[in-house]
Ligand binder design. Sequence first.
Ligand code: FAD
Length: 392
Amino acid sequence: MTIHKFDIVIFGGGIAGLWTLARLRQAGYRVALFERRAIGGIQSIASQGIIHGGTKYALTGKLTGSAMVIGAMPGIWRAALAGTGEIDLSGVRVLAEYQHLWSTGTLASGMAGFFAGKVMQGRMQTLPRDAYTAPFDSPDFRGSLYRLDEPVLDPRSLAEVFYTAYGTHCHPLEELPKFEHLSRGWRLQLPDGDSIETASLVLTAGKGNAGLLTALGQDSPHMQVRPLNMLMLRGRLPLVHAHCLGASANPRLTVTSYPMEDGRVVWYLGGQVAEEGVRREPAEQIAAGRAELAALLPWVDFRGVEWATLAVDRAEIATPGGRRPDDAFVAAHDDVFTCWPTKLAFAPRVADLVMSGLRERGIAPSSGRPAFERRTALPLARLPWEEVTQWS
Ligand code: FAD
C-alpha cells in the first residue's frame, strides 16, 4: 500500500477543473485531477463556447452585477488565446472572433437593441448594411445587425489543449474514494488499497459536486440545477454566430455554428427556446425550433436539414428564486473548495479565487515530485452532435 502526497486534489475535468489545474501546476503545486467520465466536462463540452463579456446581460438597459463582473473575462481569454496570457491557449480553435446581435425590427427587440448599444458602447458596433453577411445579407431581413466583440471557441479543441499540456496529472475515477478529514487536509482511500494525502480538495465536478459534498459529510453549499433543451441542426447552412434580441434580458435565440469535415455545418441553438423547451419531448422541441427559425429567418431555406436535441443541466450555486448567479462561485470550508463557474467564461475567475484562497490559508506549493503513475488514459469528451445516433 502506497501513500501518495499532494497539495491539491481536484475532482472534475471540465473547464473549471482544467483551468485551475493549469494555474496550480504553473505555481508549482503538486496536483492530481480525477475525472469520472471524460476530459472536457459535461456542461463545458455542451456549451456554445461563447466567451461572454456581459453584453447579453445588459439587454434590459442597465448594467447588472453579471455585466460588470464578467466584463473582464474576454480580455483574459483573448490573452490566453494569443499565447500571452496566464495560460497558453494558442492551440485552441476559435470558431469566430466575434458574434452578431440581430434585432427583428419589432418594437420590443428594437428597443433592446438600442439600450444594448448605449450600455455596451465599445464592445458593440452597429453594422452598415453593406457589411451584413449571410443570412442577414438578404433584402428580406428588415432588422438591424450589430457586431459584438466576444469570441466563440470550439469546446473540444479547448479540452484537447489542456489535456495535451496537463494530461499526465489527470486520472480516471471509477469509484469515489473514502474520505477522511485529517487535522490538516484529507486522506483519500482509493479502491485499489493505495491512499492519497492532500492539504486541500477542489470540487469542480459541476452537478457531481452535490454527491462529492455528501461523501465528504458537508451539507452546504447548496446547488441549483437549471435545465436546457438545446437544438442541433445540420445541413448546408451558413456559418452563423449570433444572438437574436428579444424583449427580455435573455436572447430569444442564440445560434453558434460548427463546420463539419464533409462541408455541412451544424447549427447549435440556445437561448429562450432551449430554456422554455425543457419539458418538451424531442419531437415537440424540434417542432418548436422549426417554428422559431421560420419566424425569425423566414427567407432561409431549411429543407433537407436534419434535427436533434440535447437535454443538459446547468449546475450552479443555489440562489433565491433559482435565478442565474451573477458571478462564479467558490467557497472554502474544512480544506474543501467548492466551485461552480456559472459560465465557461468565468473559468479564470474560479482559478483565481482558488489560488487566493490557498494563499489565505497558508497552503504553499510543497517540494518533491508526485509519484503517481497514470493507470489508464482518460478519453476526450465528444461534442454533442458527435454523440447523436439518430437525426430526424
Ligand atoms: P462541467 O463541464 O460539467 O464538468 C464537470 C466534470 O466533473 C465532468 O467532466 C464530470 O464528468 C465530472 N464529474 C462529475 N462528478 C464527478 C466525480 N464525483 N468525480 C470526478 N469527476 C466528476 N457558458 C459560457 O460562458 N458560454 C457559453 O456559450 C455557454 N453555453 C452553454 C450551453 C449549455 C448547453 C450549457 C449547459 C452551459 C453553457 N454555459 C456557457 C455554461 C458553462 O458551460 C458552464 O458554466 C461550465 O462549462 C461549467 O464548467 P464545470 O467545469 O464546472 O462543469
